[in-house]
Design a protein around this ligand. Structure first.
Ligand SMILES: [Zn+2]
Length: 166
């Protein structure tokens, strides 16, 4: 399964939609309060990890996408006679200040500025651990949604799938 949508491809998804980049996390809190963004919560279908450099806040349509992804993945598990294994969301929306902190640690993280728009999140593929069949089922579900134009996906060597909702 090839997930190679590059930075420029992901940027297409921000041209007509997405929040204004927020200077600090305070701005993200305001957007949560006025319901521009929704807060992701762990469920039986996925785990929302405690993030260091981002908030688990996304546009409502991204929440809908994640629910669709979980559903599609569960169907794949059923078809393959696998026990469902919850996937892990490892990053959400960042502020400019948090991107700055990241960049001091990792010069490569400029590309992560796409996390400023409320449409991008990361799923940890390393969190699947030894559940390789489930990771394959998950990748297949994600690929199906990519194919019908619901998202862009970039495989990152840092252990994550970088996903932008269209
Ligand atoms: Zn990412």
């Amino acid at each position: 399964m090839l997930f190679d949508d590059n930075v420029a491809v992901h940027e297409q998804a921000y041209q007509t939609e997405g929040i204004q980049p927020q200077a600090s996390d305070t701005g993200l809190e305001v957007l949560l309060t006025n319901e521009t963004l929704v807060k992701l919560r762990s469920s039986q279908y996925y785990i929302v990890r405690d993030f260091n450099y981002s908030k688990p806040y996304l546009l409502p349509k991204a929440q809908v996408f994640i629910d669709t992804l979980a559903y599609t993945y569960s169907i794949e598990c059923q078809a393959r006679e696998l026990a469902y294994f919850p996937f892990t969301i490892s990053s959400g929306t960042r502020s400019v200040a948090s991107v700055g902190k990241l960049m001091t640690q990792n010069s490569n993280s400029i590309k992560n500025s796409s996390h400023l728009k409320g449409k991008t999140f990361d799923v940890s593929y390393t969190a699947f651990g030894d559940n390789k069949p489930q990771l394959k089922a998950f990748s297949s579900a994600l690929y199906q949604l990519r194919r019908v134009g619901k998202c862009y996906v970039k495989y990152e060597r840092n252990g994550t799938l970088h996903i932008t909702v269209i």
